[in-house]
Design a protein around this ligand. Sequence first.
Ligand code: 6GU
Length: 235
Amino acid sequence: MRFHVLTLFPQMILDGLNTSITGRAIERGILSVEAVNIRDYANNKHMKVDDYPYGGGAGLVMQAAPVCAAYDALAERAGRPLRVVYMTPQGHTFNQQMAQDFAKEEDLVLLCGHYEGIDERALERIVTDHVSIGDYVLTGGELPAMVVIDAVSRLIPGVLHNEMSSETESFENGLLEYPQYTRPEEFEGMRVPQILLSGDHAKVDQWRLEQSVARTKKFRPDLYEKYISKREQAE
Ligand code: 6GU
C-alpha cells in the first residue's frame, strides 16, 4: 500500500514512520510513505503557501492553489483520482472500522492542515473523507496522519510478523485485550495466573475471553453494552 502525505512538515512524517514496525515494512517494500511538501507547489517566488483570512480573524489560512497542485501531481502520476483523507478536528472520529476500510486502498492521500486550516475551495475540490482522531485540538494534521497510517499499516498482510495478532487484539472482536504475562513466574511477590502455566489451551482461551469481557465492562461500559446486545442478537 502506498501512503502519500500532503504536508508543510514532511520531515515530521518521515521521522515518525521510518522506525519500528512501519519502518521495517517500508524497508521490505510492503508499504511506502511519501511525504509531499506542499511548499514545493507554491506558485510564487517567495514560496508563500498561506495568507490572511477573508472577513478577518486570527491566523493564516493555507491557500487552495498549492494544495490542489500537490494533489494533481499525485493523481496524474497514478492516472486516476485518489482517495484524499483530510485530517481535521471537524471530521468523523477515526476507528478500527475506518482503518479496515482504508486498508483496501492501493493508494491513500492524507492531507494535513496547519494554522487556521485550508481554503474551503481546495477541500471541496479534492477531499473525499474528513477524519478526526478525537475531541481535542492539535496544532496540525501530521500526528493524526501518522496515527491513521500506523493503524492501517498493521492491517496490511505481512506488516505484522504474526498474521493472527492484528485479529486477536483489542477492538477486532469489540472487546479490550486480556492481560499478558511473561517471565519470571513471580515478580515482587505477584504470581502469573496459574491457568496460564497449565498448558490447557481450551482453559486458557476461556480465561482470556472472561478477562476481556470483565475488562471491557469495567473500563469501556459503552463497548460492553454493544458486545452484550450483539451476543443476544446471535442467540
Ligand atoms: Cl485530524 N487535526 C487537528 N489539527 N487536531 C485534531 C485532529 C486532527 N483530530 C483531533 N484533533
